[in-house]
Design a binder for this molecule. Structure first.
Ligand SMILES: Cc1ncc(COP(=O)(O)O)c(C=O)c1O
Length: 389
């Protein structure tokens, strides 16, 4: 009965683990969850106030499909202010989260047998979106000691006449590594004489540590500006994951027009209230809230690293951004699903198996939780690893 297309989709492993952990918690079990892909901070006050004001004003009508002009202008301002990117408001579309932006771009760009290059480990949804579009994910794995970032040389080898899209994610989920400007320029040089579109997922952009510089791929030069779709949103850096606000900006008029048509025939505009609420987050009114959150994450990362460094037989890349740690347990267990299930059953700690990110023998923790819980949970993990058999 179902289409083949719908049957290729796997369930999101991160969402599944998070909901299992919540279920067990609701039953009264002492679960510590490191599975969340969202900040534990509340949404900033200015955003809530903007939403309330919009409701009071009566904003319940349909809006233009790509977004109200005020929010498109706010995205334009944000991209100029933070990323030195010049986009017209007609080159921006707001979507139901960055996941929706990515999904729609892939639907409009990729068809049967088109190849999409995905650096591994990857965010869980990239290959699923490509498979749904009947494309072929092509995985490249960088070196662990370099945060699994791919090199220009690796990219060159992976490109074929069928390559349509390159997925880039910096700061990355699940590793937290950040591509430096020099590395991006080298990648850009390889792409120069191709028609490859770069989907640059910059959703963790404001969460960078140790003063690591963030560079938007599109901002490198004229060529990258033309070939890149800049994708971002407010789930992580605006502490508003449940509100569902994402956006895309591109100089590719055909793509923008196709996405507008796809959105117009599926979701229509995103929730009108959220469009008004997003404006203060985009124009800088919440920068202090975001900075407070960033500092807390950096501190928690350091707390987590201090404990993890003492655990034998594991290794990990020191993250420079986002709020994850991707831990190598190959010396202990190659089957990450088995490891994570056992950890949840025996020590009541929820983490996400690496297999969901395309890499078995690893697990991901999210440190978007309190320092106390980080300490308590990591101590349980240390004990579990010590006695693992
Ligand atoms: C790398 C990456 N891109 C995109 C998303 C989706 O974000 P949104 O909540 O805006 O759909 C996530 C969420 O986990 C992510 O980790």
């Amino acid at each position: 009965m179902l289409t083949k297309r719908s049957q290729v989709l796997e369930e999101s492993i991160t969402l599944a683990i998070a909901s299992l952990a919540n279920e067990l918690k609701a039953k009264g079990e002492d679960i510590i969850s490191f599975s969340a892909g969202e900040p534990d901070f509340d949404t900033p006050k200015a955003i809530k106030n903007a939403a309330i004001a919009a409701i009071e004003k009566g904003c319940g009508k349909y809006t233009a499909v790509p977004g109200i002009k005020e929010v498109l202008k706010a995205v334009q301002t944000k991209l100029k202010k933070d990323n030195a990117l010049d986009y017209e408001t007609s080159e921006v579309v707001v979507n139901v989260g960055a996941k929706h932006s990515l999904f729609q771009c892939i639907e409009c760009l990729v068809e049967k047998d088109d190849e999409v290059i995905i650096p591994t480990p990857y965010w869980v949804s990239y290959p699923e979106m490509v498979k749904f579009a009947e494309g072929k994910p092509v995985f490249i794995e960088g070196l662990e000691k370099n945060g699994f970032k791919i090199t220009a040389e690796q990219l060159q080898k992976a490109i074929t006449p069928k390559t349509k899209v390159l997925m880039l994610n910096s700061p990355s989920n699940p590793i937290g590594s950040i591509y430096r400007k020099k590395e991006l320029l080298e990648i850009a040089e390889i792409l120069k004489n191709t028609n490859i579109v770069v989907l640059s997922d910059e959703i963790y952009e404001k969460l960078s540590y140790d003063n690591t510089e963030i560079t938007a791929f599109a901002s490198l030069n004229e060529d990258t500006l033309k070939r890149t779709v800049t994708i971002n949103g407010l789930s992580k850096c605006g502490a508003m994951p449940g509100w569902r606000f994402g956006y895309m900006a591109s100089k590719n008029k055909e793509l923008i027009s196709a996405v507008k048509r796809l959105q117009g025939q599926s979701t229509s505009n995103i929730c009108s209230v959220i469009q008004y609420a997003a404006i203060p987050a985009l124009t800088g009114e919440c920068d202090q809230d975001i900075e407070t959150m960033r500092q807390a994450f950096e501190k928690r990362r350091n707390v987590a690293l201090e404990i993890l460094e003492k655990i034998p037989n594991i290794s990990f890349y020191k993250p420079e951004g986002a709020f994850y740690l991707f831990i190598n347990i190959q010396k202990i267990e190659k089957d990450s699903m088995k490891f994570c299930k056992k950890l949840l059953e025996e020590e009541k700690v929820a983490v996400v198996p690496g297999v969901g990110f395309g890499m078995d023998g690893y697990f991901r923790i999210s440190y978007a939780t309190s320092e106390d819980l980080i300490k308590k949970g990591l101590e349980r993990i240390a004990k579990f690893i010590k006695n693992y058999n």
